[in-house]
Ligand binder design. Structure first.
Ligand SMILES: [Zn+2]
Length: 636
């Protein structure tokens, strides 16, 4: 019971970031995409003819030069950091020639089909089973990277789950054609070649762009924003048919505008899509999250109230959107020419994910969406967050091994990765008397590299040093490529923030360290043994018992749909002297259920904390100047 509820515990502990995230390291065009080719793939799917959880893909392949070809489904796609073997979901693979005769095929591994008489192939047809409903337990595909086929309701076309490529023919262009039910609409960052009531067609330049472009078909709930010259599509699917896209749009508009200003007033894209599926109940992976792409991000989130949903999407959006800088515009060859069946990782996750996460917070404080005090809180959380990872493992080594050996360290990209960005920014600013920071560094790199031009993985540090200072090379070698923990105290001191490793705080602890668990079968929040793991003295005074079902908090019913709002509001507003009122159901010795009211007066308590940041209210002149440059309050 408790395993299934872990996501809720997670959700409560970290309002804002929900579950774990998948991240796409991605860039679009290949360095050698000058070999544009009119010799196209044509894929066709008739969504009207889908079965429950499966459908047929029809392929008219490009013309081949060789006598034999190999068709691959990808083993892995960028950003999932897991081998998913999408060939596992393919069956009934048939190939026919121009005379309609079947060509015998050999399946050489789970993802690959060897086809003879390649020059006479006319059609390929196969069945795709969706991953969301799959009974396969091992390497279950986390929903944001998987496929969903709900006849007449919703189709999640994460393209890599439906479409493969021929060896040696990844650079050809791909045409996608869908017959669709009336009223259905394909939400995607792609711009349609043709879009009628029952048919949609798209063309992409190569397999890379194809995999980078998810499409969701359903009756739409969409809103479009125009920001900095780009169209921003927000599309939501809910089986409950709400109208959440406009609420979400309203909530993310300010963040996107701040990002546009941070990027110099214009967005370097034409269209971006937030594609959101609201899952009724608990997904099979027991987690919610998102898969980010270059021009879109695809979310699987719980059904919840529109405002709470908007808050979650906004927190994701702040990060996802900055991927248009890196890796989209600045990336190494490993990313620029991703190998779908034998992937090689880059050593620079500190940049793709770390700098992106750093920008997500830094943009909000420099553009006035976040107060300095609150931003310092964000940094403090990240310092605490990195404590659960190996701090002496060089980040470049972790990055190279993030698929296997260091898989469990990957999520540190959002914690220590962002702090690398912070330290680098302050270091650059202190070397340049305030005028040059990480933003400038990324802009300078973007002048040399771009979405079509990759850097060599092992040369990045040198390239950065050439554009900055020798001391930056030393910094990168010591703290990113080396095993030394970041010099946080030293760097933060430069901008007048004091860092202490331990301290005591005196404040209210809203639920006394108790984390309610959720029982998805019964539909109740309850107190599990694990809920008490971090209980403190105030928590003990509340009077809850293991096994209690939580019905109401301060008069408000507690449900999976409103938990973020009810607990979120309580957490943000509670102060000393308030009352905490709980209504619980408790079984007596004979198993009889009783409703019990618990009432506790909120008191602040002392508790020890690690990693305490305090803003120095009287910084010296140098500290103040550097702080102002860093926060964008002073410019040259
Ligand atoms: Zn990311």
């Amino acid at each position: 019971m408790f395993e299934n509820s872990s996501l809720i515990v997670n959700l409560i502990n970290k309002p804002g970031i929900m579950g774990y995230r998948l991240n796409v390291l991605l860039a679009i065009l290949l360095c050698n995409s000058i070999w544009a080719n009119d010799n196209k793939y044509h894929f066709f799917i008739d969504l009207n003819k889908a079965a429950d959880h499966s459908l047929y893909v029809n392929l008219t392949p490009p013309a081949f030069q060789s006598d034999e070809v190999i068709y691959h489904m990808p083993a892995i796609v960028p950003g999932t950091y897991a081998i998913y073997d999408f060939g596992r979901f393919i069956s009934n693979f048939t190939v026919t020639d121009n005379d309609g005769k079947e060509i015998p095929v050999e399946r050489i591994d789970i993802n690959s089909w060897k086809i003879p008489r390649a020059k006479s192939i006319a059609k390929i047809r196969y069945e795709v089973g969706d991953t969301w409903s799959s009974e396969i337990k091992e390497a279950f595909v986390f929903e944001p990277g998987g496929t969903n086929i709900e006849k007449d309701k919703n189709f999640v076309i994460n393209t890599h789950g439906y479409f493969g490529y021929f060896e040696g023919y990844k650079q050809n262009s791909f045409e996608l054609e869908f017959e669709k039910p009336q009223k259905f609409y394909g939400s995607t960052a792609l711009i349609a070649d043709k879009n009628t009531a029952t048919n949609e067609q798209y063309t992409v330049n190569d397999y890379m762009r194809l995999v980078d472009s998810p499409i969701m078909f359903c009756v739409p709930d969409t809103t479009t924003l125009n920001i900095g010259g780009a169209k921003i599509l927000i599309s939501v699917y809910s089986s409950k048919k709400g109208n959440s896209s406009s609420v979400i749009a309203k909530n993310i508009e300010a963040v996107l505008k701040a990002q546009k200003d941070y990027l110099g007033g214009k967005l370097p894209i034409d269209k971006y899509a937030f594609i959101i599926y609201l899952y009724a109940g608990i997904p099979k992976s027991s987690s919610y999250g998102a898969l980010e792409h270059s021009y879109s991000s695809f979310y699987v989130l719980p059904e919840m109230e529109a405002t709470a949903l908007a808050r979650s999407v906004r927190d994701f959006a702040a990060h996802e959107f900055f991927h248009i800088i890196t890796p989209l515009s600045i990336h190494s060859e490993e990313i620029g020419n991703f190998d779908y069946n034998n992937p090689k990782m880059s050593r620079h996750l500190w940049m793709y994910e770390g700098i992106t996460e750093y920008f997500a917070g830094h943009a909000q404080v420099t553009q006035g969406l976040l107060k300095f005090e609150d931003y310092v809180d964000v940094l403090q959380k990240k310092i605490r967050g990195k404590e659960s990872y190996n701090d002496t493992l060089p980040f470049t080594t972790m990055s190279l091994g993030c698929l296997d050996k260091y898989k469990d360290q990957y999520d540190n990209v959002y914690e220590k990765g962002a702090l690398i960005g912070l330290c680098l920014d302050i270091k650059l600013r202190s070397l340049s008397a305030g005028q040059y920071g990480v933003q400038n560094m990324m802009n300078d790199l973007a002048k040399t590299y771009g979405k079509d031009k990759s850097f060599k993985d092992e040369e990045l540090f040198m390239q950065i040093v050439m554009r900055t200072y020798p001391q930056i090379g030393e910094f990168l070698n010591t703290y990113v490529d080396g095993n030394k923990p970041l010099p946080l105290a030293e760097m933060l001191n430069k901008v007048g923030i004091d860092y202490k490793e331990t301290g005591i705080t005196h404040e209210v602890s809203p639920l006394g360290g108790i984390t309610p668990a959720y029982d998805p079968t019964a539909g109740f929040f309850y107190i599990a043994t694990e809920s008490y793991k971090n209980i403190n003295s105030f928590g003990k005074s509340i009077g809850l018992n293991v096994g209690d079902d939580l019905l109401k908090l301060n008069g408000k019913k507690l449900t999976i749909e409103n938990v973020e709002t009810v607990l979120g509001d309580y957490y943000s507003r509670v102060k000393e002297g308030d009352m905490l009122k709980l209504l619980v159901v408790r079984k007596d010795d004979k198993g009889k259920e009783h409703k019990i009211k618990l009432k506790t007066k909120i008191v602040a308590i002392d508790f020890p904390v690690n990693d305490v940041l305090t803003i120095n209210k009287n910084p010296d002149e140098k500290q103040l100047a550097l702080r102002q440059f860093w926060l964008g309050q002073r410019k040259f």
